[in-house]
Design a binder for this molecule. Sequence first.
Ligand code: DHB
Ligand code: FE
Length: 283
Amino acid sequence: MARIVGGIGTSHVPAVGAAIDNGRQDEPYWAPYFDKIGPARALASELAPDVAIVVYNDHASAFSLELIPTFALGVAAEFPPADEGYGPRAVPPAIGHPDLAWHLAESLILDEFDLTIVNEMAVDHGCTVPLSVAFGQPEAWPCRVIPLCVNVIQYPPPTGHRCLALGRAIRRAVDAYPGDERVMIFGTGGMSHQLQGERAGLVNLDFDREFLDRLVTDPEGQAAVDHTTYLREAGSEGIELVMWLVMRGALDAEVEERYRMHHVPTSNTSNGLIVLTDAADSV
Ligand code: DHB
Ligand code: FE
């Protein structure tokens, strides 16, 4: 059977993608950040996923305010990088896994998660930057990619509880898939950041640290945190963090924290990265 081999939580700051694409990783601003992501890349390589389920939010690239799916699952054979206004990133297309994606769609919808099914979609920095963080700059991504979009752009986003429950349903679906795929799940976005208005540039390191601690040891407690608290404490875009709860839900109750880092500044965002595996896999 297919199985979840690990989970990665990472910010998806577009400037990180631009730094990689333009060869700026060694510059004084970026080197401290890129030094810290090396161990996560080593773990991603060690865990050797065949498929990455990337839980991310589209930033008005594939969807606009005309159409706002709460959860949208990509079942296509290929997802090209989106043009976000300065040309598509020079990264490989994400090659999908239609068979597993359709299995997820069936399993999740019969499990009463009303997903939108997406047959054609370009993927923006929300998806491509986490792939770059985990895998660097290969000619082709080392695994298939199943994008799963979550609306955190237009109020109301789904609750933390709903995201955690979706992750658990993804776990059930993967466990029931009759293949031998090794599946890694990404929760992306965050950490604290606000891109607009009077509080633009807001960073709350205490909130971020507590979020990571509770993500690991008390996901139920973190899932109970309401939207207003994210908005107040982590800024208007800090709500992206609910997507990390989808990743957490796909792992066992007991996890091993394999790596954590936290770095400021990267653009306006507090940049976090965590790698988790099931504790049962460590024994
Ligand atoms: C930034 C962060 C984001 O999550 C995003 O979607 C866009 C920009 C930033 O920090 O610049
Ligand atoms: Fe974002």
